[in-house]
Design a binder for this molecule. Sequence first.
Ligand code: 15L
Length: 278
Amino acid sequence: MKTVLITGAAGDIGTHLSRELAGRYKLRLSDKRPLKPPKGQTFVRADVSKMADAQRITRGVDAIVHLGGYSVEGPWPAILTANIVGCYNVFEAARRNGVKRIVFPTSNHAVGYYRRDQTIDHRVYIKPDSRYGVSKVFGEALGSLYADKYGMECFMMRVGNVNPRPIDKRRLSIWLSPRDLAQLVSIGIDRPGIKFEVVYGISRNARAWYDNSNAFRLGYRPQDDSEVYASEVLAREKPSGDAIAETHQGGTFCTAEAVANPAAPARRTKARRRRRAT
Ligand code: 15L
């Protein structure tokens, strides 16, 4: 069984992924936040913006799924440390430790300034919609460099929005269910012959604005389609008054200086806290 390191494992995607991949790989979870690993998995605390930590956690693994980082648009110093320095450290530590295979969840925000009425494939020129999007493009570029220069095997997934259900109109186009996420990540870990590939991390959504034929070519057969939830999602959708956000694939990332993470764990309200305390 392969040993797979998941960085950023305490985050939302990491939590879905470690649950879905349990039993398929020996999972080594890592995060700078503390985490109680599920049974059969191990946890190592590390901050990959420090090279020594990155080297320590990548030693002896067969593949890395590098989820760690700042996951929305936000202040540049935070993005620089987590997504530029941290990402570089993980690729470089992998190279030094002889780990060939990296699955890198880049983001739909690497190409978020394409219009929603355009269908784009994995070969389009980048069009980041935010500093965060630029940092994901940096990760894609690193993957390309490390594949060409050092023979590493890099699987770049431009992930849409991972959630048990799509949460709004834009996410009907870019939704990725947890089980489809796991299938795509497994292709990234296991498929022989990968050198450098870019695919879109979305389910089989009828409203997709991506041509995901590269993922299908590599064997991806998504099982879920957001259309099942469309009427309920659209019924609660309210116009935002932001014409740029509504016409571009990246939505509010195209206009906002900071974006609240829609996948963040729900904050406990005072009422809920009181209820739990009684
Ligand atoms: C992303 O890249 C983020 O990591 C995630 O938190 C969501 O905001 C997602 O994009 C999205 O576009 O919904």
